[in-house]
Design a binder for this molecule. Structure first.
Ligand code: COA
Length: 258
């Protein structure tokens, strides 16, 4: 069977390469399922600290869901497909370990939605973002209508979603859709460098920060109250004691994630 996802593990970081370059890494069923399994592995296996998702080849991160797969779907099947994507992308978004999208080309439709579900997005200069679903008589089905608003605000999200226009990397940075734009050849190293800075912090603090930030967008959750709760929890951790003691002793902290 064709290997649609390539996995590399380096220094506790899982590097996932969407691997259908001849189809611009379009997300077919098998890619989505494999992605679900690897995200699960990240979340449940202690040896993994973070994940980077990128695309194989030099043209695309992912040019969307695989259009060839869903032409014959009845409504019920289409809803199942969307729900599966939602569940997996949500697991990425709520992962306690940082996930970065290294966007190395087209990130369209489901590709853009996948990038938006990651905690951070670093893009190469040739990256192009967009939600062109309306061109196909569709709307985004992997969370795009919601996360686009969360990231760039309603007015610009409406424009991106209604026009289906592609957004150049530099414009995506101005909109706040990506964190940083770098030279193509520096993309992976920039992601590793960003993760290195994050992973030098207290792992429980990173986990709780992600949870607190996500709480802002959760219906029925008071993000401020969640922050108070998580802040308090930090005081019960060894990491907090180590972090503050190390500061006072003018040395580097040795966090254990406890
Ligand atoms: N699903 C399935 N196949 C896709 C795809 C997708 N989302 N995006 C690209 N491909 C395939 C093309 O069909 C083509 O396959 P082929 O060589 O067997 O014909 C191959 O990938 C290369 O794409 P191509 O269109 O020839 O490249 P291009 O450089 O001319 O154009 C894009 C690039 C991204 C502008 C164009 O591929 C495109 O518009 N893709 C669809 C984007 C989209 O609508 N995504 C949302 C899906 S819900």
């Amino acid at each position: 069977m064709e290997n649609h996802i390539e996995i590399e593990k380096r220094d506790g970081i899982i590097i996932v390469r969407l691997n259908r370059p001849s189809k611009l890494n379009a997300l077919n069923r098998s890619v989505i399922s494999d992605l679900g399994e690897i995200v699960h592995q990240l979340n449940f296996e202690d040896e993994y600290k973070a994940m980077i998702i990128t695309g194989s080849g030099d043209k695309a991160f992912a040019a969307g869901a695989d259009i060839s797969e869903f032409t014959d779907y009845p409504t019920s099947e289409a809803m199942k497909m969307a729900q599966k994507g939602h569940d997996i992308f949500r697991e990425i978004e709520t992962s306690k370990k940082p996930v970065i999208a290294a966007v190395n080309g087209f990130a369209l439709g489901g590709g853009c939605e996948l990038a938006m579900a990651c905690h951070l997005r670093i893009a190469s200069q040739n990256a192009r973002f967009g939600q062109p679903e309306a061109t196909l008589g569709l709307i985004p089905g992997y969370g795009g209508t919601q996360r686009m608003i969360q990231l760039i605000g309603k007015a610009k999200a409406m424009e991106v979603l209604l026009t289906g226009d592609m957004i150049a990397a530099e414009d995506a940075e101005i909109l706040g859709l990506v964190n940083k734009v770098v030279e193509k050849e520096d993309l992976m190293e920039e992601c590793f460098a960003m993760l290195k800075r994050i992973l030098s912090k207290g792992p429980l603090a990173i986990e709780k920060t992600i949870e607190a930030v996500n709480a802002y967008f959760e219906e029925g959750v008071d993000g401020f109250a969640k922050e108070v709760e998580l802040f308090g929890e930090c005081f019960g951790t060894e990491d907090f004691k180590e972090g503050t003691t190390a500061f006072l002793e003018k040395r580097k902290p040795q966090f254990k994630g406890l």
